[in-house]
Design a protein around this ligand. Structure first.
Ligand SMILES: [Zn+2]
Length: 317
Protein backbone atom coordinates (compact mmCIF):
# COMPACT_ATOMS: atom_id res chain seq x y z
CA UNK A 1 0.00 0.00 0.00
CA UNK A 2 1.39 3.36 -0.95
CA UNK A 3 0.92 6.88 -2.27
CA UNK A 4 0.58 7.57 -5.99
CA UNK A 5 1.57 10.69 -7.92
CA UNK A 6 -0.34 11.06 -11.20
CA UNK A 7 0.76 13.52 -13.84
CA UNK A 8 1.65 13.77 -17.53
CA UNK A 9 4.29 15.83 -19.37
CA UNK A 10 1.60 17.17 -21.73
CA UNK A 11 -0.14 18.90 -18.80
CA UNK A 12 2.72 21.41 -19.14
CA UNK A 13 1.92 22.12 -22.78
CA UNK A 14 -1.22 24.13 -22.02
CA UNK A 15 -0.12 27.77 -22.08
CA UNK A 16 -2.88 30.21 -21.07
CA UNK A 17 -0.93 33.23 -22.33
CA UNK A 18 1.89 35.63 -21.48
CA UNK A 19 2.04 36.65 -17.81
CA UNK A 20 -0.80 34.28 -16.84
CA UNK A 21 -0.49 33.01 -13.23
CA UNK A 22 -1.73 29.48 -14.10
CA UNK A 23 1.47 28.79 -15.99
CA UNK A 24 3.24 25.57 -17.01
CA UNK A 25 6.09 26.31 -14.59
CA UNK A 26 3.76 25.39 -11.72
CA UNK A 27 4.14 21.68 -12.49
CA UNK A 28 7.88 22.08 -13.05
CA UNK A 29 8.15 23.71 -9.60
CA UNK A 30 6.45 20.71 -8.00
CA UNK A 31 8.66 18.21 -9.83
CA UNK A 32 11.81 20.19 -9.03
CA UNK A 33 10.91 20.33 -5.34
CA UNK A 34 10.33 16.57 -5.36
CA UNK A 35 13.67 15.90 -7.08
CA UNK A 36 15.55 17.10 -4.01
CA UNK A 37 13.17 15.69 -1.42
CA UNK A 38 13.59 12.31 0.29
CA UNK A 39 9.82 11.95 0.03
CA UNK A 40 10.31 11.06 -3.63
CA UNK A 41 11.50 7.58 -2.50
CA UNK A 42 8.12 6.92 -0.89
CA UNK A 43 5.97 7.84 -3.90
CA UNK A 44 4.83 5.73 -6.86
CA UNK A 45 4.89 7.84 -10.03
CA UNK A 46 2.20 7.07 -12.60
CA UNK A 47 1.55 8.58 -16.02
CA UNK A 48 -2.02 9.85 -16.32
CA UNK A 49 -4.23 8.39 -19.07
CA UNK A 50 -6.78 10.46 -20.97
CA UNK A 51 -10.34 10.57 -19.69
CA UNK A 52 -12.95 9.30 -22.12
CA UNK A 53 -15.88 11.37 -23.36
CA UNK A 54 -18.09 9.03 -21.36
CA UNK A 55 -16.16 10.00 -18.18
CA UNK A 56 -16.69 13.69 -18.94
CA UNK A 57 -20.38 13.30 -19.80
CA UNK A 58 -21.16 12.15 -16.26
CA UNK A 59 -20.59 15.79 -15.27
CA UNK A 60 -20.54 18.00 -18.38
CA UNK A 61 -23.28 18.57 -20.93
CA UNK A 62 -22.83 17.36 -24.49
CA UNK A 63 -23.24 20.85 -25.99
CA UNK A 64 -20.53 22.18 -23.69
CA UNK A 65 -18.12 19.42 -24.70
CA UNK A 66 -18.75 20.18 -28.39
CA UNK A 67 -18.14 23.89 -27.76
CA UNK A 68 -14.89 23.22 -25.88
CA UNK A 69 -13.62 20.89 -28.59
CA UNK A 70 -14.42 23.45 -31.28
CA UNK A 71 -12.84 26.39 -29.42
CA UNK A 72 -9.65 24.50 -28.60
CA UNK A 73 -9.24 23.24 -32.15
CA UNK A 74 -9.63 26.78 -33.49
CA UNK A 75 -7.04 28.22 -31.02
CA UNK A 76 -8.61 31.20 -29.37
CA UNK A 77 -9.04 33.12 -26.12
CA UNK A 78 -11.73 31.50 -23.99
CA UNK A 79 -13.29 34.41 -22.02
CA UNK A 80 -15.07 32.43 -19.28
CA UNK A 81 -11.92 30.36 -18.67
CA UNK A 82 -9.84 33.56 -18.77
CA UNK A 83 -7.19 31.73 -20.75
CA UNK A 84 -5.89 31.20 -24.24
CA UNK A 85 -6.74 27.70 -25.48
CA UNK A 86 -5.54 25.46 -28.28
CA UNK A 87 -5.23 21.76 -29.09
CA UNK A 88 -2.60 21.34 -26.33
CA UNK A 89 -5.10 22.74 -23.80
CA UNK A 90 -7.64 20.13 -24.78
CA UNK A 91 -5.09 17.32 -24.52
CA UNK A 92 -3.96 18.55 -21.08
CA UNK A 93 -7.56 18.81 -19.87
CA UNK A 94 -8.39 15.24 -20.93
CA UNK A 95 -5.25 14.05 -19.10
CA UNK A 96 -6.09 16.13 -15.98
CA UNK A 97 -9.51 14.50 -15.78
CA UNK A 98 -8.05 11.09 -16.65
CA UNK A 99 -5.50 11.34 -13.83
CA UNK A 100 -8.34 11.58 -11.33
CA UNK A 101 -10.19 8.60 -12.79
CA UNK A 102 -7.03 6.48 -12.78
CA UNK A 103 -6.18 7.55 -9.23
CA UNK A 104 -9.57 6.71 -7.76
CA UNK A 105 -9.59 3.38 -9.63
CA UNK A 106 -6.17 2.47 -8.23
CA UNK A 107 -7.28 3.37 -4.70
CA UNK A 108 -10.55 1.45 -5.04
CA UNK A 109 -8.61 -1.62 -6.23
CA UNK A 110 -6.29 -1.31 -3.25
CA UNK A 111 -3.20 -0.80 -5.43
CA UNK A 112 -2.63 2.55 -3.72
CA UNK A 113 -3.73 3.88 -0.34
CA UNK A 114 -4.05 7.42 -1.60
CA UNK A 115 -2.82 9.66 -4.42
CA UNK A 116 -2.05 13.18 -5.59
CA UNK A 117 -2.88 14.40 -9.10
CA UNK A 118 -0.36 17.03 -10.24
CA UNK A 119 -2.41 18.25 -13.18
CA UNK A 120 -3.48 21.38 -15.03
CA UNK A 121 -5.67 23.01 -16.13
CA UNK A 122 -7.34 22.93 -12.71
CA UNK A 123 -11.03 22.13 -12.38
CA UNK A 124 -13.13 23.31 -9.45
CA UNK A 125 -14.66 26.42 -11.10
CA UNK A 126 -15.94 24.52 -14.16
CA UNK A 127 -19.71 23.89 -14.07
CA UNK A 128 -21.70 21.34 -16.06
CA UNK A 129 -22.17 23.94 -18.81
CA UNK A 130 -19.23 26.30 -18.60
CA UNK A 131 -15.47 26.54 -18.18
CA UNK A 132 -14.53 29.22 -15.67
CA UNK A 133 -11.56 30.76 -13.88
CA UNK A 134 -8.60 28.91 -15.51
CA UNK A 135 -10.57 25.61 -15.34
CA UNK A 136 -11.72 23.65 -18.40
CA UNK A 137 -13.19 20.37 -17.08
CA UNK A 138 -14.10 19.80 -13.43
CA UNK A 139 -11.55 17.10 -12.61
CA UNK A 140 -12.63 16.45 -9.02
CA UNK A 141 -16.33 16.30 -9.96
CA UNK A 142 -15.57 13.83 -12.76
CA UNK A 143 -13.78 11.58 -10.25
CA UNK A 144 -16.67 11.88 -7.79
CA UNK A 145 -19.18 10.97 -10.50
CA UNK A 146 -17.05 7.96 -11.45
CA UNK A 147 -17.02 6.80 -7.82
CA UNK A 148 -20.80 6.99 -7.65
CA UNK A 149 -21.72 5.61 -11.06
CA UNK A 150 -18.95 3.08 -11.74
CA UNK A 151 -17.81 2.07 -8.26
CA UNK A 152 -21.26 2.22 -6.66
CA UNK A 153 -20.33 4.47 -3.75
CA UNK A 154 -23.08 6.47 -2.11
CA UNK A 155 -21.20 8.92 0.14
CA UNK A 156 -18.19 10.90 -1.13
CA UNK A 157 -16.66 13.95 0.57
CA UNK A 158 -15.14 16.68 -1.61
CA UNK A 159 -13.08 19.00 0.62
CA UNK A 160 -11.84 22.18 -1.11
CA UNK A 161 -9.16 24.29 0.55
CA UNK A 162 -8.33 26.46 -2.47
CA UNK A 163 -8.30 30.24 -1.90
CA UNK A 164 -11.34 30.50 -4.18
CA UNK A 165 -14.76 28.95 -3.74
CA UNK A 166 -15.26 25.87 -5.92
CA UNK A 167 -18.49 27.13 -7.40
CA UNK A 168 -18.47 24.52 -10.17
CA UNK A 169 -18.19 21.53 -7.84
CA UNK A 170 -20.81 22.97 -5.51
CA UNK A 171 -23.19 23.66 -8.39
CA UNK A 172 -22.81 20.20 -9.98
CA UNK A 173 -23.70 18.41 -6.73
CA UNK A 174 -25.94 21.02 -5.08
CA UNK A 175 -29.03 18.78 -5.19
CA UNK A 176 -27.21 15.58 -4.22
CA UNK A 177 -27.10 13.91 -0.82
CA UNK A 178 -24.35 11.54 -2.07
CA UNK A 179 -21.63 14.16 -2.42
CA UNK A 180 -20.80 16.31 0.60
CA UNK A 181 -19.07 19.51 -0.55
CA UNK A 182 -16.99 21.44 2.01
CA UNK A 183 -15.08 24.61 1.17
CA UNK A 184 -12.87 27.14 2.91
CA UNK A 185 -12.13 30.20 0.78
CA UNK A 186 -11.51 33.93 0.99
CA UNK A 187 -14.82 35.76 1.08
CA UNK A 188 -15.51 38.60 -1.32
CA UNK A 189 -13.27 37.58 -4.23
CA UNK A 190 -13.78 35.53 -7.42
CA UNK A 191 -16.16 33.81 -8.11
CA UNK A 192 -18.35 35.48 -5.46
CA UNK A 193 -20.25 32.38 -4.29
CA UNK A 194 -19.70 30.31 -1.16
CA UNK A 195 -21.59 32.08 1.61
CA UNK A 196 -22.35 30.10 4.76
CA UNK A 197 -26.06 30.04 3.92
CA UNK A 198 -25.45 28.08 0.70
CA UNK A 199 -26.14 24.62 2.13
CA UNK A 200 -27.61 22.64 -0.78
CA UNK A 201 -31.12 22.24 -2.16
CA UNK A 202 -33.75 19.51 -2.39
CA UNK A 203 -32.27 16.16 -1.39
CA UNK A 204 -28.91 17.91 -1.16
CA UNK A 205 -29.95 20.29 1.60
CA UNK A 206 -27.39 20.03 4.40
CA UNK A 207 -24.75 18.41 2.14
CA UNK A 208 -22.91 21.63 1.27
CA UNK A 209 -20.86 23.36 3.98
CA UNK A 210 -19.14 26.66 3.22
CA UNK A 211 -16.76 28.34 5.63
CA UNK A 212 -15.78 31.66 4.07
CA UNK A 213 -12.65 33.25 5.56
CA UNK A 214 -11.90 36.93 5.89
CA UNK A 215 -8.93 38.82 4.48
CA UNK A 216 -5.89 38.16 6.68
CA UNK A 217 -7.22 34.90 8.15
CA UNK A 218 -4.63 32.15 8.38
CA UNK A 219 -3.72 28.89 10.10
CA UNK A 220 -5.94 29.27 13.17
CA UNK A 221 -9.08 29.93 11.14
CA UNK A 222 -8.57 27.35 8.41
CA UNK A 223 -7.50 24.61 10.84
CA UNK A 224 -10.54 25.36 13.02
CA UNK A 225 -12.82 24.98 9.99
CA UNK A 226 -11.40 21.50 9.30
CA UNK A 227 -11.14 20.35 12.92
CA UNK A 228 -14.28 21.90 14.38
CA UNK A 229 -16.66 22.03 11.40
CA UNK A 230 -15.70 19.36 8.88
CA UNK A 231 -14.73 16.59 11.29
CA UNK A 232 -18.04 16.66 13.24
CA UNK A 233 -20.01 16.87 9.97
CA UNK A 234 -18.20 13.73 8.75
CA UNK A 235 -19.14 11.83 11.91
CA UNK A 236 -22.68 12.13 10.60
CA UNK A 237 -22.01 11.76 6.85
CA UNK A 238 -19.52 8.87 7.11
CA UNK A 239 -17.81 9.27 3.72
CA UNK A 240 -16.70 6.16 1.85
CA UNK A 241 -14.09 8.12 -0.13
CA UNK A 242 -12.45 11.51 0.31
CA UNK A 243 -11.52 13.79 -2.60
CA UNK A 244 -9.69 17.08 -2.14
CA UNK A 245 -9.47 20.20 -4.30
CA UNK A 246 -6.07 21.33 -3.06
CA UNK A 247 -5.25 24.86 -4.04
CA UNK A 248 -2.25 26.48 -2.40
CA UNK A 249 -3.28 30.04 -3.25
CA UNK A 250 -4.48 30.63 0.34
CA UNK A 251 -0.74 30.70 1.21
CA UNK A 252 0.57 33.92 2.75
CA UNK A 253 3.03 34.29 -0.13
CA UNK A 254 0.50 33.80 -2.91
CA UNK A 255 0.08 36.75 -5.28
CA UNK A 256 -3.67 36.22 -5.90
CA UNK A 257 -5.17 36.21 -2.41
CA UNK A 258 -5.11 37.89 0.97
CA UNK A 259 -5.17 34.91 3.31
CA UNK A 260 -2.11 34.06 5.39
CA UNK A 261 -1.97 30.27 5.63
CA UNK A 262 1.57 28.96 6.19
CA UNK A 263 3.27 25.73 5.14
CA UNK A 264 2.41 24.37 8.59
CA UNK A 265 -1.26 25.34 8.20
CA UNK A 266 -1.51 23.35 4.96
CA UNK A 267 0.19 20.40 6.63
CA UNK A 268 -2.35 20.53 9.45
CA UNK A 269 -5.42 20.61 7.20
CA UNK A 270 -3.95 17.79 5.10
CA UNK A 271 -3.46 15.80 8.29
CA UNK A 272 -7.04 16.52 9.41
CA UNK A 273 -8.36 15.38 6.02
CA UNK A 274 -6.26 12.23 6.09
CA UNK A 275 -7.66 11.48 9.55
CA UNK A 276 -11.21 11.73 8.17
CA UNK A 277 -10.31 9.33 5.36
CA UNK A 278 -8.64 6.97 7.82
CA UNK A 279 -11.56 6.98 10.25
CA UNK A 280 -14.43 6.63 7.80
CA UNK A 281 -13.14 5.63 4.36
CA UNK A 282 -10.41 2.99 4.85
CA UNK A 283 -7.90 5.77 4.13
CA UNK A 284 -9.18 6.26 0.58
CA UNK A 285 -8.08 9.77 -0.40
CA UNK A 286 -7.28 11.39 -3.75
CA UNK A 287 -6.04 14.98 -3.87
CA UNK A 288 -6.21 17.25 -6.94
CA UNK A 289 -4.02 20.26 -7.61
CA UNK A 290 -6.16 23.36 -8.12
CA UNK A 291 -4.57 26.85 -7.64
CA UNK A 292 -1.31 28.02 -6.05
CA UNK A 293 0.77 30.63 -7.84
CA UNK A 294 3.87 31.25 -5.74
CA UNK A 295 6.18 28.61 -7.17
CA UNK A 296 8.40 28.16 -4.11
CA UNK A 297 5.46 27.84 -1.71
CA UNK A 298 3.69 25.49 -4.14
CA UNK A 299 6.69 23.16 -4.39
CA UNK A 300 7.20 23.03 -0.63
CA UNK A 301 3.52 22.57 0.22
CA UNK A 302 3.06 19.73 -2.28
CA UNK A 303 6.11 17.94 -0.79
CA UNK A 304 4.59 18.39 2.68
CA UNK A 305 1.26 17.07 1.43
CA UNK A 306 2.94 14.00 -0.06
CA UNK A 307 4.77 13.52 3.23
CA UNK A 308 1.43 13.50 5.07
CA UNK A 309 -0.16 11.11 2.54
CA UNK A 310 2.77 8.69 2.44
CA UNK A 311 3.29 8.72 6.20
CA UNK A 312 -0.18 7.28 6.48
CA UNK A 313 0.59 4.71 3.81
CA UNK A 314 3.72 3.66 5.68
CA UNK A 315 2.03 3.53 9.06
CA UNK A 316 -0.52 1.12 7.61
CA UNK A 317 1.94 -1.26 5.97
ZN1 LIG B 1 -7.82 29.34 -6.49
Amino acid sequence: MSTGFFSHPLCRKHNPGPGHPERPERLAAIENALQTSPIRERIIFRTAPKATDQDLRRVHHEGFLEEVNFLCQSSTYFPSMEAEVNAATLEAAYLAAGAGIAAVQAVMKGELTNAFCAVRPPGHHATAHQSMGFCLFNNVAIAAAHLMEREGLSRVLVADWDLHHGNGTQDIFYDSSRIFYFSTHQWGIYPGSGSADETGSGEGRGFTLNRPLMMGDGDAEIVAAFEEELKPAMEKFQPEFVLVSAGFDAHALDPLGSLSVTDEGFRRIATATRAIAEKHAHGRLVVFLEGGYNLEALGRCVCDLLDVLSSYSHSRK
